[in-house]
Design a protein around this ligand. Structure first.
Ligand code: SF4
Length: 424
């Protein structure tokens, strides 16, 4: 059967010389899958950012049929940029953290510490080197904006029941092939197609809709570093809180500047053990643990989350190890969220079972964590907060909604008097 294949930009480098054109028709066997196309052209799966079949996002083991159109996007798609034109755009701003070297400049915003040559972009494609200066391309470049309950982040012990104006931009500094927000995090090519919202406008929207604070989220907020700093400072002047929902891979310097600018709370994502994070995210998990400890030490409210993918990062010994480290290095009072994975982006393994999450939740409790939650299962009893002393129900939730809150006025269990670790 015949199908049409289209390649984008840098993937052309992987193709044999005589195939270096962007679009052509090939003949393949019946029942072939998307990954067979990659094998056919000897393209490593890790180089593939996104596959569309007839315009729809597809998994690599999707079966193809006669006449299908397959579009293959590389991890690093080239974006044509005119430096003179873009430095005048509002969304383009010189970065706060970088270092000039002789032949390149180093971006110091996240632990990738990309060495970026003149005219080139860093790993995340949100930063470019122009004349030795590094510019962010996404200052105020908003892909998504919404007013969310703070529980959605999730923060369960930080001003429960309040609303945060939440924004995200494009792209990511991680590679996670199961990304639940891939429609923005894997879309660096959309940079420039968002809506510009200045920090001042951000605050005006919060005033207008009576929000309680900010949340930089959706894609990796570290990439909105310069913007967050300006938003946080303005928000603090008006007594709003500031939050980040992050993979935690920022440099120490970035974290410290965010804290000094008014960051109040971070939800850190520990995606798994060292090997898992290295293999699937291309990152060093120890840097994230370091940042968690810095944030905690500096008095920032910290909650930790693991998206549990059955058969991948759900080994009991690994969750036990994470729980132990949270207990010993961050504190037993730190809320730990085990959330249910759903198939997305390049992963089509089935959603994590409720039973598996319950087993892991109990393991984390056994290790002495006081508040362990299960997420993405609305109505589950482990979405609720219980007193670690007398087990009384303190906050009843349904999804992101608070149904009953017995800690509204006092951080004390009304039944036994135990002080509860929560900010109200
Ligand atoms: S933010 Fe991170 S990934 Fe992006 S250019 Fe800077 S160091 Fe590289």
């Amino acid at each position: 059967m015949k199908i049409k294949v289209r390649f984008y930009e840098e993937l052309n480098d992987y193709l044999p010389f005589d195939l270096k054109k962007k679009e052509f028709e090939i003949e393949i066997k019946e029942n072939s899958k998307v990954k067979d196309i990659l094998k056919f052209f000897k393209i490593p799966e890790k180089e593939v950012h996104l596959v569309l079949v007839n315009g729809q996002n597809s998994f690599l083991d999707k079966e193809l049929k006669e006449g299908d159109r397959v579009s293959i996007y590389p991890v690093f798609e080239t974006i044509n940029i005119n430096p003179i034109k873009i430095v005048n755009e509002r969304r383009v701003k010189e970065s706060i953290l970088y270092k000039k070297e002789k032949d390149f400049s180093i971006c110091l915003v996240c632990e990738r510490k990309c060495k970026i040559k003149e005219g080139r972009m860093g790993f995340c494609k949100t930063r470019i080197n122009i004349d030795g200066k590094i510019y962010t391309l996404i200052y105020g470049e908003i892909s998504s904006i919404s007013i969310n309950p703070i529980e959605k982040k999730p923060f369960f012990h930080f001003y429960p029941g309040t609303m945060a104006l939440t924004v995200g931009s494009w792209s990511c500094n991680f590679l996670c092939p199961w990304c639940q927000n891939y429609d923005i995090s894997k879309r660096a090519e959309n940079i420039g197609r968002g809506k510009f919202i200045s920090p001042e406008e951000f605050i005006e929207i919060m005033d207008k809709y009576k929000c309680d604070g900010t949340s930089i989220s959706f894609n990796e907020p570290t990439l909105l570093f310069e913007y967050s700093v300006d938003v946080f400072k303005l928000a603090k002047k008006k007594n709003y809180y500031n939050t980040f929902v992050s993979n935690g891979y920022m440099t120490e310097e970035t974290l410290n500047i965010l804290i000094d600018s008014g960051l109040d709370a971070i939800n850190f994502d520990i995606k798994g053990n060292k090997e898992f994070v290295k293999k699937y995210c291309g990152a060093d998990v120890e840097k994230i643990w370091r940042n968690i400890k810095i944030a905690k030490k500096k008095g920032i409210w910290v909650e930790i989350i693991t998206l549990v993918i059955e058969g991948f990062n759900d080994k009991e010994k690994d969750i036990r190890e994470i729980a132990k480290r949270v207990r010993d290095e961050v504190g037993e009072e730190t809320p730990y969220h085990l959330t249910r994975y759903y198939p997305a982006y390049k992963f089509n393994t089935p959603p994590t079972s409720v039973e598996r999450l319950e087993i892991l939740r109990n393991i984390a409790k056994e290790e002495g964590l006081l508040y362990v939650y299960i997420g993405n299962i609305p109505g589950h009893r482990y979405e609720d907060t219980y007193c670690p002393n007398c087990e009384s129900l303190l906050i009843k939730r349904f999804g992101f909604e608070i149904i009953e809150n017995r800690l509204k006025d006092k951080k004390i269990c009304p039944d036994c008097g135990k002080e509860i670790d929560i900010i109200i």
